[in-house]
Design a protein around this ligand. Structure first.
Ligand code: KIV
Length: 270
């Protein structure tokens, strides 16, 4: 864990995260339940309850059918297991289409969960919505570049920042989000030159995923980085564990022992 929390195990806040820009890289992972948020509690600054759970946990093709009820259920579970990292609630598709709807849903999130911030996908066009939330005491993390909630309207997951015009658009998006009061921005699926330009253009931290090294922190989806989600592996995912294999191997031993009447032995018997 970071220098900010290691010795004292103090709760990470949005001010902690703001203060880490250019001081120390920020670590963020997703979690969807208590079991894993407990495991991640002492190691990372931020846990994102990402709507990616709709794919890895619920087996859907994309994140779009995640709704408020599902996200609230999982966020409560994550909060039950983690008392140190900042917990960010990923607002689901359709929950922030207007200022009023965004405020109503974000207020509900603060009332019904212990999440400290919400994440919203979108650039300049979402700045007014972000401003409405931040003016009403709700902390917002932006999300630009490849935005999974746009997968159907854009016809796939498209890497961004491939030319100067698009890099400038992303920089303007980031500046608008910063001006609207966001405390950090996720920058996903962009060429590294674009991520660098965005990071240099704003005074709030950028947290990259598939955005190279020149950002203020990194985020990965836990089931990708630990090898539990095996349907596909994006280029940017480094697999730190072969979780799927570990589980299958261990399960194989259990099945074998049961079939061969080796489990439970006397050690596991009353
Ligand atoms: O839903 C999610 O897990 C995310 C990350 C990819 C940043 O938004």
């Amino acid at each position: 864990m970071s220098i900010h929390t290691q010795k004292t195990k103090k709760k990470v806040t949005v001010s902690t995260i703001r203060g880490m820009k250019s001081v120390e890289p920020i670590t963020m992972v997703t979690a969807y339940d208590t079991l894993f948020s407990k495991l991640f509690n002492d190691s990372v600054e931020i846990i994102l309850v990402g709507d990616s759970l709709n794919m890895s946990f619920s087996g859907k093709q994309d994140t779009l059918s995640a709704n408020m009820e599902l996200m609230i259920y999982h966020t409560r579970a994550v909060c039950n297991g983690a008392d140190t990292p900042l917990i960010v609630f990923d607002m689901p598709f359709g929950s922030y289409t207007t200022k009023d709807r965004a405020l109503k849903n974000a207020t509900r999130i603060y009332r019904e969960t212990d999440a400290q911030a919400v994440k919203i996908e979108g650039g300049k066009e979402r700045a007014k919505i972000i401003k409405t939330l931040t003016k009403n005491s709700i902390a917002v993390m932006g999300h630009i570049g490849l935005m999974p909630q746009f997968v159907r309207s854009e016809g796939g997951y498209k890497v961004k920042g491939k030319d100067e015009k698009n890099i400038q658009k992303l920089v303007q998006d980031a500046k608008a989000i910063e001006k609207a009061g966001a405390f950090a921005i996720v920058v996903e699926g962009v060429k590294c030159e674009a991520a660098k330009a965005i990071t240099e253009a704003v005074s709030i931290p950028t947290i990259g995923i598939g955005a190279g090294i020149d950002v203020d922190g990194q985020v990965l989806v836990w089931s990708d980085m630990f090898g539990f989600f095996e349907d596909f592996k994006p280029k940017f995912v480094k697999q730190y564990l072969d979780g799927g294999k570990l589980i299958r191997d261990a399960l194989g031993v259990y099945v074998d022992e049961v079939k061969n009447k080796k489990f439970p032995s006397s050690e596991f018997t009353y």
